[in-house]
Design a protein around this ligand. Structure first.
Ligand SMILES: [Cu+2]
Length: 435
């Protein structure tokens, strides 16, 4: 029982956990209105005392009541009405701020040790915006895609169509109670001036989402639009998806289990994010096991992180502009949950286990060079447009390895914060738990 381990690490949180557990049990018995009230819990973070007054419960999307789902989507749409706080080109609202900050830090926050801490905090900052500025009383929901992958048979990943369950049938794509469905072919054309630097994969840009709360409607000027991206471009466009079921074999419970079996943070992070493992101490046996569980193939992203992005495709499939897709935050909350589940299995040790390269080792850096794209720079954002490191660059020289003392940076979205402070999600300033 993972929750029980928490009481050893933080005796003070025991009363909170008892309260939460009793709350979770009673929630099952409640009718829908009261149920939503129980789900949408109140103030969790007390900035004045620097303590959690209680913990937010992050739940899987399909476990939320329809009213709670609607309330979450309302709050996401509300961020499009909040004033922007960055000055990046194209940005019109707070929703765009999050996307732009990710675009401008993407080169330094992926394929590096701080990949998980940076995204953990990024999701929490978004959750905080929904709560503090858009009146949302709940927590960020997560998308556990293993529930959309039937079977979970051993070796399932070796057979692309090992089940007949289509990702598009997931409740997250529901046009009424979800985020709308797949992109409609023929409704979106990529701009001609995208360079290889944007790492846009044209085949994943299926078309505009035309249904649901984020659907494009030509006759409605207020229908959902993305103002930055794709990639590093600055264009106003519809939300683009291109659902691709071939990635679901990397989203099975087996693949998650493989990640959870890793012994060190670096091994775990590599299993989840993918990338090059240069840990010499890793035994040949475990290397072999990894190859068995997840076949390496240069042309296919095999990690859960990449596959969760690519299975939806379009905006979410892009390294830079992916937070323009509202599902980004549900996917990353899920990755954070898997990290937390891994931490809880050996909490004392894993609350302080941090490592990995501080400089990004992007394995795809050269893979897009041969893409058949116009190389005109046009509107594309470049380094002079405010690109910065997602970590405190003064620490780059201090060590080549990520430590708990390395600080994460989010521009105007949030204060600089050392990784040490976000290792325990049940402590200030995180204050949440996954159920
Ligand atoms: Cu990212």
């Amino acid at each position: 029982m993972p929750l029980l381990r928490l009481s050893f690490a933080n005796a003070l949180s025991l009363p909170i956990l008892c309260f939460l557990l009793s709350g979770a049990l009673s929630r099952v018995l409640l009718d829908s209105d009261a149920e939503m009230d129980a789900e949408l819990n109140g103030l969790a973070i007390n900035e004045n005392t620097g303590r959690c007054s209680h913990l937010l419960m992050r739940q899987e999307w399909r476990t939320l009541s329809d009213a709670h789902k609607a309330e979450y989507i309302r709050a996401v749409k509300c961020t499009r009405t909040l004033p922007k706080i960055t000055s990046y080109r194209g940005v019109q609202s707070r929703f765009d701020d999050f996307q732009a900050v990710h675009i401008h830090t993407a080169a330094s926050i992926h394929w590096a040790g701080h990949f998980l801490p940076w995204h953990r905090r990024f999701v929490t900052l978004y959750e905080k915006t929904l709560r503090d500025e858009c009146g949302f009383r709940g927590a960020i929901p997560y998308w556990d895609w293993t529930q959309d992958v039937a079977g979970n048979k051993s070796q399932a990943h070796k057979t692309p169509n090992f089940d007949n369950k289509l990702i598009r049938t997931s409740p997250v794509f529901d046009p009424v109670t979800g985020f709308g469905g797949d992109g409609v072919k023929g409704t979106y054309t990529l701009p001609g001036n995208i360079t290889a630097a944007s790492q846009v994969l044209p085949s994943t840009f299926g078309g505009c989402v035309m249904d649901g709360p984020f659907g494009y409607n030509a006759s409605d000027p207020n229908s959902f639009a993305v103002h930055v991206g794709p990639g590093k471009l600055v264009t106003t466009h519809c939300l683009v998806r291109g659902i691709d079921d071939s990635y679901k074999r990397f989203l099975s419970a087996d693949v998650v289990k493989h990640a959870l079996e890793q012994q060190t943070y670096e091994q775990f992070r590599l299993a989840l994010e993918g990338g090059v493992d240069d840990d010499d101490s890793k035994s040949e046996e475990s290397q072999h096991e990894r190859e068995e569980a997840v076949p390496d193939n240069d042309s296919t992203p095999v990690s859960e992180h990449a596959s969760g992005h690519m299975v939806v495709g379009g905006e979410l499939g892009n390294l830079y502009s992916s937070p323009g897709e509202p599902l980004f935050f549900l996917h990353h909350a899920n990755l954070d949950r898997i990290w937390w589940n891994w931490q809880v299995m050996d909490l004392d040790r894993r609350l302080i286990d941090m490592s990995g390269n501080i400089v990004s080792s992007n394995p795809h850096e050269n893979s897009t060079q041969d893409m058949d794209l116009d190389t005109g720079t046009g509107e594309e954002q470049d380094d002079d447009d405010g690109e910065y490191d997602g970590i405190d660059s003064s620490q780059l020289n201090a060590s080549s390895t990520v430590t708990l003392d390395v600080s994460l940076r989010f521009g105007p979205l949030g204060r600089k914060i050392p990784i040490r402070d976000i290792m325990d999600i049940t402590s200030f300033p995180s204050c949440y738990l996954y159920v």
